[in-house]
Every structure is written in C-alpha cells, then in structure tokens.
Design a protein around this ligand. Structure first.
Ligand SMILES: Cc1cc2nc3c(=O)[nH]c(=O)nc-3n(C[C@H](O)[C@H](O)[C@H](O)COP(=O)(O)OP(=O)(O)OC[C@H]3O[C@@H](n4cnc5c(N)ncnc54)[C@H](O)[C@@H]3O)c2cc1C
Length: 392
C-alpha cells in the first residue's frame, strides 16, 4: 500500500471510529485496573484502538501493537491531529517501560508484559528516586537479594507518581554493594498488589496527592522479571529515561496543539481582536513568539522521528527536548496567568472559579515539569557532556 493510500484509509477509519467525545481536550486512560473510565466515548475509543493495535501504533503486532512503519506512524499522528482525536492510551506503560522492554526484554518478558500494556489492562509506576538519591540517582540504596527464584526487596522509593493506582512498578535496586555505584544496580519489575509493598500518599499544599512514598518490606519480584543483566541495570534505567524525556508521547498526543489554540482564543477574548488578531500588540508578540518556539520544537521532534530508520528514540539528545519543552511549558503558564490579570492567580474556592483555580495549579505544575525525569540542570549537564562532548 502506498503512503497516500494508507493516509486515505486511516482518515476514513478515524472518521468512522473516533467518537465525538474522544476529540478535543478530555479524559485519557492510562490502563490502570484501579481507575474506571468515566466517559463512554473514551471507553469506546480505547476498545476500538486496542483492537486496531493503535494504542501503540509502532510496536510489533505480536505484542499487541499496530506494526506501523515510522512513516505510517507519522501519518497516523497527522490524521489524529486533523480531527483533534485524543490518544486512546497514555501512561508509564506506553511511553517508558514498553519501549524499554522492546529493546532489553527477553521474549518471555515481552510476551507477558507488552500485550497487557497495548491492551489497556495495566498501568505502571516508576521506582527510581529515593530520599537520598534524586539527581544523584546512582547512589540509590533500596536493596534486592536473590533467594531461590525471587528477588527480595527492602527499602523505599519517593515521589512515585501514580503508585496508588499502579498495578506494576519498574524499579532500580542495588544488587551489589561492593561494586562502584553505577555497576551494582539492577532493573526489576514487580507487582504492586502484594503484602511487602506499602504506598503512602504525599499530600501537597494544594490538597492533591499525585505522588507517594513507597515502602518495600521483603517485597518480591520474580527472577524472570530481571530486565537486562544482573548489576547492569544502570544502562537499562538510563535508556528508559531517554524514552521518557524524548517527548514522543506528547508529539503523538497533540496536547500542545490544543494548548496553543486555547491560548490564542483566551487572549482574543480577554484583550479583544483586530482583523482576527489579538488586539494588544505587545501581548500578541509574546503569544506569537511562544507559538513559533513551540512549532519549532514540534517540527524538530517530527524530524527526529522521521529521520530515525526504525522509529527508535534518540539517545542523550533527548535531554534537549526535555529542557526546551519544559521551559516552554513555563512560558505558556506565565502567559496564561498574566493574560488573566488579577483573576490569574486564584487559590481561594470562594473567590475564584474552578477553571481559574485549575489555571493556578497548572502554573505550579509547570515548575514541577522542569524537575521530574531529572531536573533541567542535570539535563544541561548531560547535553554538555554527552551531546557537545565538553570535558567533565
Ligand atoms: C511532579 C514530579 C513527579 C515525579 N515522579 C517521579 C516518579 O514517578 N518516580 C521517581 O522515581 N521520581 C519521581 N520524581 C522525582 C524526580 O525524579 C526528582 O525530584 C528529581 O530527579 C530531582 O531529585 P531531588 O528531588 O532529589 O532533588 P536534588 O537532587 O536534591 O536536587 C536539588 C536541586 O539541586 C540541583 N542539582 C543537583 N545536582 C546537581 C548537579 N550535579 N549539577 C547542577 N545542579 C544540581 C537540582 O537541579 C535541583 O535544582 C518526580 C518529581 C516531580 C517533581
């Protein structure tokens, strides 16, 4: 089939199968067995995309994917964006552990874990950071000892986003205390619902509790769920971070597009319009500059996807995407709150609407984005050393 035929076929399928409620901003499911999908259209969309293999379009069909080539994947993204279709599935499974298992997993691990991710039957969480190991992740102390056919895990992880809803965790553990710190780490998979795992929410000032501290008290991971070699988990863990930082998910999701349209509309409604443009020239300039930077980022991400032969995530250069996209996220939330003037920074439920309070939360969360998956200072170190080759 030519690419043009594929485009026409895809367009027709999406028109017919993407329900109205799955277009534009809204609920995106992550696969957790502990979360109920609220919107019937979202549920239908998940079911149809699972059947088609398009929850993970470029994964091989044998693992539940769509088996699309990179070029076809790009076409699918374009066609989804054309009708403002949301991704059917988005989470730690599709964006992080799935691609990592495709590279490092055994055939048995792939067959056991990947179809459940593709099939929206499981959500994962990330057990990396510890109270004494954040930026210096290789100092982690949570320990795993092999006993018979199981690894017995003791210690704790912190800031585990979504651990309370996750079914499985991928975790970095210390398996050799004598080796240099990067060489005594292993990468394991373990089920969350077991007596040795306790998840304690960390409540934020806002009252929300998106992340947790997770404690392991003789928790068990099966021997066959060691990913990569024993004591060589640092290589696997680093690669997973590159998938996380690549921004490929957001490229597919089209979230930034929605965000950009909304920003222009908000500016027009608050400041007025002249000839279809934002009336205030200073604000117009700032909104337009942001949108040009965002468009450059998206085009660069697109180029990288198209240039890669097999759709593989690039290496250390993904740190550039992470820095630029999270800096732009801050610019966006700064602009949005500024446009709203005195209504732009509301926290008090009595005085501000739910939408205004959500905007304030988004402002604060945009700060968090430059910390998670490795702070932007650490990304700049990686860019200096691994991309530009500057001396240590
Ligand atoms: C919203 C959110 C979600 C998260 N979700 C998860 C999750 O699901 N799983 C998980 O494992 N972790 C998660 N994290 C944790 C995150 O990975 C860490 O917060 C991050 O790696 C920084 O570590 P730290 O908080 O210990 O800060 P520290 O390492 O103590 O750093 C403090 C400050 O010092 C700077 N700094 C440290 N070392 C250097 C250096 N060498 N050069 C320059 N500057 C330096 C840092 O940039 C930072 O500004 C999440 C964090 C956030 C904010």
């Amino acid at each position: 089939m030519t690419l043009q035929d594929f485009r026409l076929e895809t367009r027709a399928w999406l028109e017919e199968n993407c329900p109205p409620g799955a277009r534009g901003p809204g609920e995106v499911y992550n696969g957790s067995t502990k979360i109920r999908i609220q919107d019937p259209d979202t549920r239908l969309w998940v079911e149809r995309m699972v059947e088609k293999g398009w929850t993970v379009p470029n994964w091989p069909k044998e693992y539940g994917g769509g088996g699309l080539s990179t070029a076809e994947y790009v076409v699918l993204m374009e066609e989804m964006r054309r009708i403002r279709a949301r991704p059917a599935l988005s989470g730690f499974g599709t964006s992080m552990i799935g691609p990592t298992l495709l590279e490092f997993g055994t055939q048995d691990q792939k067959l056991r874990h990947l179809p459940r991710i593709a099939g929206a039957q499981v959500e994962w969480c990330q057990g990396y950071s510890e109270p004494g190991a954040g930026s210096d992740l290789a100092s982690l102390q949570t320990q795993a000892v092999l006993e018979g056919d199981s690894y017995i895990i003791n210690g704790s992880k912190i800031w585990t986003s979504g651990a309370h809803n996750a079914d499985w965790m991928f975790i970095l553990v210390r398996t050799d205390r004598q080796a240099p710190k990067h060489e005594g780490i292993s990468f394991l998979l373990l089920p969350m619902d077991q007596p040795g795992v306790t998840v304690k929410p960390i409540r934020l000032l806002s009252g929300d509790s998106p992340f947790n501290q997770t404690f392991f008290d003789n928790a068990v991971a099966a021997r066959e769920d060691l990913v990569g070699e024993l004591n060589r988990g640092w290589t696997v863990g680093k690669r997973l971070l590159q998938h996380e930082r690549s921004g490929m998910e957001s490229l597919v999701a089209g979230g930034a597009n929605e965000r950009d349209v909304a920003l222009t509309d908000v500016a027009k409604s608050l400041l007025g319009e002249t000839d279809g443009r934002i009336a205030d020239p200073v604000q117009r300039d700032q909104v337009t500059s942001y949108q040009m930077d965002m468009a450059s980022l998206r085009l660069t991400q697109r180029r990288v996807v198209e240039e890669s032969q097999d759709g593989a995530t690039p290496g250390p250069a993904t740190s550039i995407f992470k820095v630029v996209s999270t800096d732009l996220q801050k610019v966006h939330s700064d602009l949005l709150t500024r446009l709203h003037g005195s209504r732009g920074f509301g926290v008090d439920e009595g005085q501000f609407t739910a939408a205004e309070i959500a905007m304030t939360k988004q402002f604060f969360f945009s700060r968090a984005a430059s910390i998670y998956s490795g702070s932007n200072e650490i990304q700049r170190n990686i860019i200096a050393k691994r991309v530009l080759g500057l001396p240590d």
